[in-house]
Design a protein around this ligand. Structure first.
Ligand code: ASP
Ligand code: MG
Length: 402
């Protein structure tokens, strides 16, 4: 007998038919003699609808009241799923975050899980109940409901798996697992059997929307093996774990991020302290910087360019413009939104030469110009023109996988 945590995303419980489909998966697992704890998200677009409803009454509603409202989506889905399981004749109980022992920090709408007191869940499992827990929510030290940030139910599931020392944590979604590229855009994208936490974290951060990246961080920290799979098919999913022992694939994925802006400072003075001053100004405003490029100095001047999230582009320009004195009055500051970041991720590149040149060759074949490059141990990113983004993903993917 094992303890299995199963998490179902909003699309997996979007309507009655899907609720019963999920109830089937759960009861099949229970029938095999396992203890089953289930975490569910709100049905379909419920969370978005609730936010819209809030905005129509008060667009600047407090975060506390937003959490009170948003958490209702999961309250509905746990009850409905439990009712379906009841109807099938199985013992089941639904629990809200606070009932399941989720204690969080007090930051509304972006709370972090401090711990999960599992006594109640254990008591229910002892009674042979299937336990259905509301994802995305907890209770802070003021006894107020908090939520964990959008997509937070994955983290709820991993937290329960960690606290209960579960044997397996399955994350059911509407795709069959983690793919080498977005399967809707790249026809020969393949499903990975296994991927390491670090690779998954890079892909999650790059916007591969399969797993919330905080959940992957937590799984890595507590060494919880995850399986990402579809609730709509029987196919085996992708395992996410620490050591991927099998013959390492050179590259595990190609990802695209169109949510970037490039800021350039042309003609800054070529003297010590300029980079320090620029990036500390941005850090003070909590503006995260990604790729950074500095030109070779010429005639006492140099250029510095970097990327930020699109939503931070205007603010970055404003902050720098307000401190023109530091940058030298003749420096020009520009912003370009028409860029995309394309990245390849793979633990195999640590031990193989030539991965970068293969990527660059693919872009050359497609006549796509590279504007910036950055690398880490397991990732290479390039900044290119946004209009070339999908073509770049396809050509790079073919180069590595065909
Ligand atoms: N229902 C919440 C959201 O849509 C949490 C989740 O789906 O994980 O963000
Ligand atoms: Mg959702």
């Amino acid at each position: 007998m094992s303890l299995i945590v199963q998490k179902f995303g909003g699309s997996s419980v979007a309507n009655n038919e899907r609720v019963f489909n999920v109830a089937n998966i759960i009861t099949n697992t229970y029938n095999k003699g396992n203890d089953v704890v289930v975490v569910v998200s709100a049905q379909g677009d419920t969370t978005d609808d609730l936010i819209e409803k809030a905005n129509s009454i008060n667009p600047s509603a407090s975060r506390r009241e937003m959490d009170m409202l948003m958490s209702a989506g999961e309250q509905m889905s746990v009850a409905l799923l439990a009712m379906a399981i009841e109807k099938m004749g199985y013992p089941v109980v639904s629990l809200l975050g606070w009932q399941a022992g989720f204690e969080t920090t007090s930051t509304y709408s972006a709370a972090r899980i401090k711990r999960v007191r599992t006594d109640r869940i254990k008591k229910e499992l002892d009674k042979k109940n299937i336990v259905i827990v509301a994802g995305f929510q907890g209770l802070n030290r003021f006894d107020d409901i908090t939520t964990l940030g959008r997509g937070g139910s994955d983290t709820s599931a991993v937290a329960i798996a960690a606290a209960m020392k579960a044997d397996l944590c399955q994350i059911f979604t509407d795709v069959e697992g983690v793919f080498t590229a977005d399967p809707r855009k790249v026809s020969n994208a393949v499903k990975l059997e296994v991927i390491s936490y670090d690779e998954m974290l890079e892909l999650a951060t790059l916007g591969a929307q399969v797993l919330n990246n905080r959940s992957v961080e937590m799984a890595k920290k507590y060494d919880i093996e995850l399986e990402v799979l579809s609730s709509m098919s029987q196919a085996p999913g992708t395992i996410v774990k620490e050591n991927v022992n099998m013959e390492k694939m050179l590259i595990s994925g190609v990802a695209k991020d169109c949510d970037v802006a490039r800021i350039s400072i042309i003609g800054a003075p070529d003297r010590p302290g300029i980079a320090f001053k620029i990036f500390s100004l941005l850090a003070r405003k909590d503006i995260n910087v990604d790729i950074i490029l500095q030109s070779v100095g010429r005639e006492g001047e140099k250029d510095i360019a970097f990327t930020v999230a699109s939503s931070k582009g205007d603010e970055a320009v404003r902050v720098l413009s307000e401190h023109k004195a530091i940058l030298g009055e003749s420096a020009r500051i520009t912003k370009d939104d028409n860029v995309a970041k394309i990245s390849i991720v793979g633990a195999g590149m640590e031990s193989h030469a030539g991965v970068a040149s293969t990527m660059f060759e693919a872009l050359y074949d497609a006549q796509i110009n590279i504007q910036m490059i950055s690398t880490s141990e397991i990732k290479i990113s390039v900044l290119i023109d946004k209009k070339d983004a999908d073509r770049a993903v396809n050509t790079i993917h073919s180069k590595f996988f065909d």
